[in-house]
Ligand binder design. Structure first.
Ligand code: ZN
Length: 250
């Protein structure tokens, strides 16, 4: 691992008062959750942008659940990894103000993070697509796992409160996330290649306001050239290394 980059990231965070983290599928991969957007393995035969769209769900919810079930199993079996724990630790030290995530697995909260903006939704509740009734998802999850379609009393299908590919991000949450980014002095991008709009554009407003940028991601991102620190490493190794270095300095 690039120790100079680790040390520089720690120095930036040491001086930061309002750091924010933006995370994606890469931070949950070490927990065993595959990235369903990169069509591989279980999902190679489906185009997720088609199966996991609201339009498709409305006409054929069974097809969505057949596609979703393997992903659900991975998420139910997963535990937070050292990258999630490192960000929760940074929040406890009052350096990190918020985690903005594209993940739906809830692992940031399970790791202890409190201020989490889940831009793509979560699995804690579900909403009937016909009447809009919202219910806790836990009782429905066993039905989903058995291959049953979770139906509402009105006859409509329950959809987990995820943001599907043709849906807009929740406005209030997006605004909170944007506000956190605009007022941060250091932005950590962890486990996302910044390939999905509009999240891909969010770091630009931090850069425009002079925030430092730390990127920890296996693959390149379009902002690597503008970042103060770039680590093309496993987030579950690099983030704990940065926090350990930060603790040595303080
Ligand atoms: Zn209903």
């Amino acid at each position: 691992m690039d120790q100079a980059a680790i040390a520089q990231a720690a120095r930036i965070l040491h001086g930061a008062r309002r750091a924010v983290a933006l995370t994606g599928a890469g931070i949950s991969r070490p927990s065993g959750i595959p990235d369903f957007r990169s069509a591989s393995g279980l999902w190679a035969q489906h185009d997720p942008t088609e199966v996991a769209s609201l339009r498709s769900f409305q006409t054929n919810p069974q097809r969505f659940y057949d596609w979703f079930r393997p992903l659900l199993e991975h998420m139910l079996a997963a535990h937070p990894n050292p990258a999630h724990l490192a960000l929760a630790d940074l929040e406890r030290q009052a350096t990190l103000q918020a985690v903005i995530t594209q993940n739906i697995d809830g692992l940031h909260q399970r790791a202890g993070s409190r201020e989490v903006y889940e831009l793509h939704g979560h699995l804690r509740s579900a909403t009937c697509i016909a009447c809009g009734r919202q219910v806790p998802a836990t009782p429905l999850i066993e039905r989903m796992r058995r291959g049953e379609l979770p139906y509402c009393a009105c006859g409509g299908a329950f959809k987990p409160d995820l943001v599907l590919f043709d849906e807009l991000l929740p406005r209030g949450l997006f605004w909170l996330a944007q506000h956190a980014i605009e007022s941060c002095d250091a932005l950590i991008i962890a486990g996302t290649s910044l390939a999905v709009y509009p999240v891909s554009d969010m770091p630009l407003s931090a850069l425009q306001r002079g925030a430092a940028l730390i990127i920890v991601n296996k693959d390149e991102t379009y902002l690597d050239q503008r970042a103060d620190v770039v680590l093309h490493e496993d987030v579950a190794l690099a983030l704990p290394a940065i926090i350990a270095e930060l603790k040595r300095e303080t």
